[in-house]
Design a protein around this ligand. Structure first.
Ligand code: ADP
Ligand code: MG
Length: 213
């Protein structure tokens, strides 16, 4: 597989928006158990604004595209997830810069920059039962695939599988960040909503890269 094109990266954003819409009720249901039942509404409001913005005037420059996505999420989502996902996309865009295409290593670096941004903003560590528990393993799997000389499709598949496994591994965890942490031990036994939406994010990237550019 060749490098990721701007069209594929834009398609990633669209696919994530569609996935969030499709899973809106599920994300809200998960957040109703250990949070305040708004994660589906937060993510779908933010991504609907993003898709409306992209449809109104498509953005060819990768750095500019992700800057717009990030700014839109920060400004339209009131919950914790808006600034966190917004930071992910802003940092991703800064790392990608004005590149026209991204190879497997450049994409890994941009994902790493996004992850680092979320950690800097939210101060969560792996095991705190947050979106980091899906994003961190995804980036590590992606980097390991790059070190093995894997192509884009293989790296993306490994990243998505790791995000799914990380999402599922949040079930027994006790939340130490965000609203779910107010529940203490009672947060154990449930999937984390943010880790669930992050698995959708990485799955959408895998699917966008597998589609013809
Ligand atoms: P809010 O908690 O403000 O209602 P959402 O319901 O939209 O916002 O998002 C909740 C999700 O945000 C959680 O499931 C968790 O994955 C993620 N989250 C919360 N706080 C943090 C944090 N400090 N760092 C990383 N992720 C976090
Ligand atoms: Mg919430």
């Amino acid at each position: 597989m060749t490098d990721a094109t701007a069209a594929q990266l834009s398609d990633w954003v669209v696919r994530f928006g569609e996935a969030v819409q499709e899973h809106r009720a599920e994300l809200t249901e998960l957040d109703s158990v250990i949070g305040d039942a708004d994660h589906g509404a937060n993510m779908s409001r933010g991504m609907a604004a993003v898709l409306a913005r992209i449809e109104a005037s498509p953005i060819a420059d990768v750095g500019e595209l992700f800057k717009t996505v990030g700014m839109t999420l920060v400004s339209t989502v009131g919950g914790a997830s808006g600034p966190l996902y917004g930071t992910f996309f802003l940092r991703f865009g800064t790392s990608a810069g004005a590149a026209v295409t991204l190879d497997t290593a450049a994409l890994a670096a941009a994902l790493r920059a996004g992850l680092d941004g979320v950690v800097a903003r939210g101060k969560a560590a792996p095991g705190d039962k947050t979106m980091i528990d899906a994003l961190d393993p995804a980036v590590l799997a992606w980097e390991a695939a790059v070190a093995d000389g894997a192509d884009l499709a293989a790296a993306a598949a490994a990243g998505s599988a790791a995000a799914d496994a990380g999402r599922d591994a949040t079930i027994p965890l006790v939340a130490r960040k965000g609203r779910a942490s107010y529940l203490g031990e009672r947060s154990a036994g449930h999937l984390d909503p943010g880790a669930t939406s992050t698995a959708l994010l990485v799955g959408a990237l895998r699917d966008a890269l597998a589609a013809p550019s």
